[in-house]
Design a protein around this ligand. Structure first.
Ligand SMILES: Nc1ncnc2c1ncn2[C@@H]1O[C@H](COP(=O)(O)OP(=O)(O)O)[C@@H](O)[C@H]1O
Ligand SMILES: CC(=O)N[C@@H](CCC(=O)OP(=O)(O)O)C(=O)O
Length: 261
């Protein structure tokens, strides 16, 4: 099992949290990688848990281009679902796998600055990298930071950040290698077949014809941004596949490679 000097920033989508086998398998893989000295930041979503908890509270949800419109009255439910339920579910699985895990959010340790993204989305945040000091301390202890995508702006307002976008910002902060793990094996073509490699022009074409849409559109755009900024491919792969996790832990390419050019 190889160890990269670069910090691996691994983002997992919310569907993982509803699959105990998937969570256990992922944490088992991460435990081995950490034991080898690999620095990892685990960023998580939890869109499906948010959906469940909004419904349980009699609230409707609306998405614009894959982003959840977040009115003031939904903020406590969304913060509870992501920074509470989802974060602690993953932290519990990490501890069960023998990992010393720090459950945290984007609001901890000055890691990012946050602002409202676009008024029409309500309390949705846009974050920028600020300080890696807190994360470096966590790595110095060989701990695993597990980060929910809740941020707080300078006025103390809690903000809901898309978790793929949160992961891109943390990858930029630590100059890390970004891997976006979802419930699909990667970006699929119109016939459901895995596309091994994509650049911006190909993404634009597939988005134009509606093959890449919704959550995958946000994900691929986030991946393109990091790939182009850092001049290295970003992987979009599956947490469901044991083979992909093994390949990932061996430093191999998995899923779809989003290319810098
Ligand atoms: N071309 C595509 N290839 C794969 N998935 C796609 C594609 N277009 C849309 N999707 C949808 O995007 C979903 C992944 O995005 P999202 O639900 O945001 O995942 P996550 O919660 O894991 O971040 C897939 O489950 C699928 O429904
Ligand atoms: C603004 C926005 O859309 N926030 C997302 C945050 C969670 C997320 O991104 O979860 P997945 O990775 O599981 O999709 C949401 O409220 O669903």
């Amino acid at each position: 099992m190889s160890t990269s000097n670069k910090t691996l920033v691994i983002k997992v989508g919310g569907a993982l949290l509803q699959c105990e086998m998937g969570t256990d398998r992922l944490m088992g893989t991460l435990a081995k990688m950490i034991a080898r000295g690999q620095k990892i930041i685990l960023v998580h979503g939890g869109g499906c848990i948010v959906d469940e908890q909004l419904t349980a509270n009699g609230m409707e949800t609306e998405k614009l281009d894959g982003l959840r419109v977040t009115p003031a009255e939904q903020v406590p439910v969304i913060v509870g679902a992501l920074a509470g339920t989802a974060n602690k579910l993953l932290q519990a699985a990490a501890i069960k796998a023998g990992i010393s895990a720090i459950g945290m959010s984007l609001a901890d340790g000055d890691i990012v600055t946050a602002k409202i993204k676009d008024k029409k989305l309500g309390f949705v945040g846009e974050v920028s990298p600020k300080s890696a000091t807190y994360l470096e301390f966590i790595f110095s202890q060989a701990w695993l930071p597990i980060v929910s995508s809740i941020a707080i702006d300078g006025s103390g307002q809690q903000l809901n950040v898309n978790a793929d976008q949160a992961a891109t910002v943390l990858a930029k902060l630590v100059d890390g290698q970004l891997v976006l793990l979802s419930d699909v094996s990667g970006v699929l073509d119109g016939k459901g077949k895995l596309i091994k490699s994509l650049n911006r022009a190909q993404v634009a074409e597939l988005t134009h014809i509606g093959v890449i849409e919704k959550g995958m559109k946000v994900k691929v755009e986030a991946a393109l941004e990091v790939a182009e900024l850092m001049g290295q491919p970003v992987q979009v792969a599956s947490w469901r596949s044991a083979e992909q996790l093994l390949a990932l832990s061996n430093g191999q390419s998995v899923g779809t490679q989003i290319q810098p050019n």
